[in-house]
Ligand binder design. Structure first.
Ligand SMILES: [Zn+2]
Ligand SMILES: [Zn+2]
Length: 380
């Protein structure tokens, strides 16, 4: 009994100190059954065999390696990609460079690739992808701490499927080790091991591109448990918010009722014989942000949450059509004009606001304190 208790205690304590590598599912949104490997250096190995250009493919319920060296079929093939890494490519797959270890297996007849790499290398890749438009080192550091905390908090998102996080925006966008920016790598090194905590536990560090002048209270976007540090904060001086330096800070989109009818039918907001004839904001989140919209048809009004509206329009008309919920409506005869600011859900760190704060001389700790009030930096 005592031994079991001790074991349980050890198991419970393990993740906190052992989380130094991350298992990332690659090409997680794609379905494919073979992939090409092109080593970038001479230190790519399968067991003792140095690999040249190869292919990994599904064979029944196993996988096999084809090339100058052949292997399998096996349940899992593990390739050490070395420091230079290996390029992965295939029909419909973006060619990307990966380092660390790659484990190939199959699930439901499709290839499943899990990349095990150091947490810090993974973060440098995430920060490169997420902060590609920014330039200030302090903004990169704030992004690095937010991304490390997010990774830590969501490390068990996919444990049931045998890995920590996927490489899509479902978890965090990760496109491999190619093109990692020096700024991202330096920011990850300068903040090594730092995460944001609230009352001792890792915080939920959501982030977005441009808040538009005021960040959003999380409860208006995702109606789950309230987080005291994901509340609305004013993003700098009135009329000149920190993020106003963002390109396309302001946007305008005209939505014709014919187009709205089509989208609203596809989204299931209205039925097939209904026509959208008007749109208005029926509830507000924080000032300036729509929380709920109402579509008028010939016989009724339908309420749609601003989050559903944003996703519904984005999926069908492109993500640039409605860039945020921070807009006002100007009524036209056969259309409405959305006159908006900002980009993204508005919760947590405003990436362009971080850039603006850094340009004004704020340090990354000030930036994080500003967007996640009440949190503290701790060492993981
Ligand atoms: Zn995921
Ligand atoms: Zn902002």
């Amino acid at each position: 009994m005592r031994a079991l208790l001790l074991l349980l205690l050890l198991l419970a304590a393990a993740p906190a100190c052992a989380f130094r590598t991350a298992d990332i599912r690659l090409y997680s949104l794609h379905k494919f059954s073979s992939i090409t490997l092109t080593p970038a250096g001479s230190d790519v190995f399968l067991g003792d065999h140095r690999l040249g250009p190869s292919r990994v493919l599904v064979r029944g319920d196993k996988v096999a390696l084809d090339g100058a060296h052949k292997a399998g079929p096996a349940k899992t093939l593990k390739v050490r990609a070395g420091s230079a890494g290996v390029w992965l490519s295939g029909p419909g797959l973006k060619r990307r460079l990966y380092t660390g270890e790659l484990a190939f297996s199959q699930a439901k007849g499709r290839l499943k690739i899990i990349n095990t790499l150091s947490l810090e290398l993974y973060l440098a890749g995430v920060v490169t992808a997420e902060a590609s438009d920014l330039s200030q080192p302090e903004a990169f550091k704030a992004q690095a701490v937010a991304a490390r905390t997010y990774t830590r908090k969501h490390a068990s998102s996919h444990t049931g499927e045998g890995y920590n996080l996927c490489d899509s925006t479902h978890c965090q966008f990760y496109t491999g080790a190619g093109g990692i920016s020096a700024r991202a790598r330096l920011a990850v090194e300068a903040t090594a091991g730092e995460i944001l905590v609230y009352k001792g536990a890792p915080a939920e560090t959501y982030y977005h591109s441009v808040c538009g002048g005021r960040t959003e209270n999380m409860t208006y976007v995702w109606p789950y448990d309230h987080k005291p540090y994901l509340v609305s904060v004013k993003d700098g001086p009135t009329g000149r918010p920190y993020c106003s330096i963002a390109p396309r800070f302001k946007w305008k989109t005209k939505i014709y009722f014919t187009g709205l009818t089509r989208i609203a039918r596809q989204a299931g907001w209205i039925v097939s014989d209904e026509e959208a004839r008007g749109l208005r904001i029926s509830a507000w989140g924080t000032p300036g942000r729509a929380a709920e919209l109402e579509i008028y048809t010939q016989r009724r009004r339908i309420k749609v949450s601003a989050t559903d509206f944003y996703h519904g329009i984005g999926r069908r008309a492109g993500w640039n059509a409605v860039r945020s919920s921070n807009f006002r409506l100007i009524q036209g005869g056969d259309h409405v004009l959305l006159d908006g600011v900002g980009n993204g859900h508005g919760v947590g760190l405003c990436q362009w606001g971080a850039e603006g704060m850094a340009r004004k001389g704020f340090k990354y700790r000030d930036i994080l304190r500003h967007y996640y009030p009440g949190t503290e930096i701790a060492h993981d």
